[in-house]
Design a protein. Structure first.
Length: 286
């Protein structure tokens, strides 16, 4: 066996050991009067709905978000969007508070039902950017890692972990299109072994993959949707399915996460090339 292969196996086993407490089980809690349940969704919206020109997709997206009623929504590929345009979009589904990392290229952004505070907008060393906002007394990090260069993705992951550690973000959520695969999906993505380093980096930093905890592997895919794949069926579609969109939380927030879902049903087949991912959690009631 080549040394590089041995190294990958060792890394994989190490991550499994570090994350041995994570199992696909239910953490649903009883309601308490001092707690409220919130929903958080992350969605790559495919070239900003053609730079805002695809009004039909925008209308269907707005209706879907309104129906889901998330408290916080993270967005990737806000192409053609300014903060003002994002505010207009978010108003359509009841979010008056917005932030965007930049206004060119492939920005990431965040919208919220409750006030948010922008802590930082990182561009250098972060591919499409890293947006850091404070919402509901938690730190939200939204990113979109390099889609084409595996080594650059790994460097961006290292930078994010360093940022979390140097800023002591203990109540933190990290989300977005990571363009990489989880070792926990190895049973059906083993051909992507070289991509495991990015997600393993986050796991080794005690960032917990909430969708893994609650979603069966047969439903654990976020890309591609049928907008790209046409209408393939059976095994042909299964071979194409990947999970590259994630929501991670730090140790302190993991016990409060009670559900997760990848919305890869027909409602989202033709809204974007990605499917959205979401989690539900309990937080102290304001």
């Amino acid at each position: 066996m080549k040394l590089v292969s041995i190294g990958k196996v060792i890394l994989f086993l190490l991550i499994l050991f570090v994350c041995s407490g994570i199992t696909a089980q239910s953490y649903e809690r009883d309601w308490r009067t001092d707690r409220q349940k919130i929903k958080i969704i992350s969605y790559n919206i495919m070239d900003g709905f053609s730079n805002g020109a695809d009004k039909d997709r925008i209308a269907r997206f707005t209706a879907w978000v309104k129906e889901q009623s998330p408290d916080v929504l993270a967005l990737n590929e806000l192409c053609g969007f300014t903060e003002a345009k994002l505010k207009e979009l978010a108003a359509g589904y009841g979010h008056p508070y917005v932030a965007i990392v930049k206004e060119n290229g492939y920005p990431v952004g965040l919208t919220s039902r409750t006030p948010l505070k922008v802590i930082d907008r990182k561009i250098d060393g972060y591919g499409h950017g890293l947006l850091h906002c404070k919402v509901l007394d938690m730190d939200f990090l939204v990113t979109h890692l390099n889609p084409s260069d595996r080594l650059k993705r790994k460097k961006e992951a290292d930078n994010i972990v360093d940022y979390i550690n140097s800023n002591q973000l203990t109540n933190c959520l990290l989300m977005g299109d990571m363009n990489a695969h989880s070792p926990f999906d190895a049973s059906w993505t083993d051909e992507h072994l070289e991509d495991y380093a990015v997600i393993s980096t986050f796991m080794a930093a005690s960032l917990h993959d909430i969708c893994y905890m609650f979603t069966p592997d047969s439903q654990r895919y976020s890309f591609p949707s049928r907008i790209l794949a046409g209408s393939p069926k059976g095994d042909a579609l299964r071979r194409q399915q990947e999970r590259i969109d994630f929501i991670f939380v730090t140790d302190s927030l993991r016990p409060d996460c009670v559900d997760a879902q990848i919305y890869n049903g027909p409602d989202n087949d033709y809204l974007s090339d990605h499917y959205p991912v979401g989690i539900s959690m309990f937080i102290p009631k304001k």
